[in-house]
Design a protein around this ligand. Structure first.
Ligand SMILES: Nc1ncnc2c1ncn2[C@@H]1O[C@H](COP(=O)(O)OP(=O)(O)OP(=O)(O)O)[C@@H](O)[C@H]1O
Length: 313
């Protein structure tokens, strides 16, 4: 599909708590077949945004449209198209998984006759086939999270909203939930919030970084990865190298010396001059000590965009 259907649209959404704007002027779209990662440090406004998208919190201004339905004007229609896994999913601990999912199906107004099939389908998709008779309370955190996901997709919604879906899970559970998110993204539009930088790399097609309630970046994951690919080398020599000679090598854009005496060589994307520099260093006896690509990370991009480290923010 060249222009897949827009399933979520926010138009200048703002939310105040008192005089504090938790989310400001937020506009974006999500299309079918897309997993959008909403990345930001604690307190950035992710949960507030998820709650507005899911219709659990009214924006102070701006509009949310789900599958073309305005959340404010037609909340029932809008909500019928979405499933929501809140940060703390409400699990009825004394219910078995099947009872809980039946209840979720009833809440979603799935006709009584169709509930069993909906439940079994959601369980199969979330890897819950064997635990239908178990009490939710006795399941591991990873399985409880799958139950939360199963209730979010029981009515096969167009849009799935997941707030910090892997918090508290062990590495194997995290991998499984991420695989499930990718699978959901094939047919639905998925938005997930996270403060974990690698999570978006693992699960998302597109990333939006939110900082102090504002979007500071919106990019395809491929573009972001390309941006993170090295376009600089850091080299150290025992003797002073001929910087002009390095500067004349094919693909080299600029050569500078850092405060610590190491040489920073910026080059064209895809034109790594490492081999040529090593040859020059040997020929001219500069005493090469190290030469490494300088990788930018999502962390460094975050710092570049916001001027703060994710932890400090
Ligand atoms: N009910 C509330 N009343 C007042 N302020 C609130 C309320 N909920 C959130 N805030 C404030 O709004 C800002 C955004 O909070 P939000 O929970 O949306 O951030 P978050 O990115 O989801 O962070 P976290 O991951 O810690 O939940 C924070 O400054 C928070 O203190």
């Amino acid at each position: 599909m060249s222009n897949p259907e827009v399933l979520v649209e926010t138009d200048a959404v703002t939310r105040f708590y008192g005089r504090h704007a938790a989310v400001s002027d937020m506009s974006f779209v999500i299309r079918r077949g897309e997993v959008l990662g909403f990345l930001g440090p604690n307190g950035a406004g992710k949960t507030t945004t998820m709650q507005m998208l899911s219709g659990n919190l009214a924006p102070s201004s701006g509009r949310v449209l789900i599958a073309g339905h305005d959340m404010h004007e037609a909340p029932e229609k809008a909500k019928a198209h979405l499933g929501y896994l809140p940060e703390y999913p409400p699990l009825y601990r004394e219910f078995t998984v099947d009872e809980y999912l039946d209840y979720a199906a009833a809440l979603r107004r799935i006709p009584r006759k169709a509930r069993r099939a909906a439940r079994e389908r959601a369980k199969a998709r979330c890897g819950l086939g064997d635990v239908g008779g178990r009490l939710s309370a006795n399941l591991s955190k990873g399985f409880q999270q799958r139950v939360g996901l199963a209730q979010a997709i029981i009515h096969d919604p167009d849009v799935v909203i997941l707030d910090e879906p892997t918090v508290g899970l062990d590495p194997i559970q995290i991998r499984e939930v991420r695989a499930l998110i990718r699978e959901l993204g094939r047919e639905h539009a998925v938005i997930l919030s996270t403060h974990i930088l690698p999570e978006v790399q693992a699960s998302c097609d597109r990333v939006q970084i939110i900082h102090k309630g504002r979007l500071v970046l919106s990019e395809n994951i491929d573009t972001l990865m390309a941006r993170m690919e090295s376009q600089a080398l850091i080299a150290a020599f025992r003797r002073t190298p001929n910087l002009d000679a390095i500067g004349k090598l094919t693909g080299v854009r600029s050569v500078t010396v850092d405060d610590d005496g190491r040489v920073r060589i910026l080059h064209e994307p895809g034109a790594d001059p490492t081999d040529a520099i090593v040859r020059l260093a040997i020929e001219q006896d500069w005493g090469l000590r190290e030469i490494n690509p300088e990788h930018s990370t999502l962390e460094s991009i975050f710092v570049e965009l916001t001027g703060e480290s994710p932890e400090a923010a």
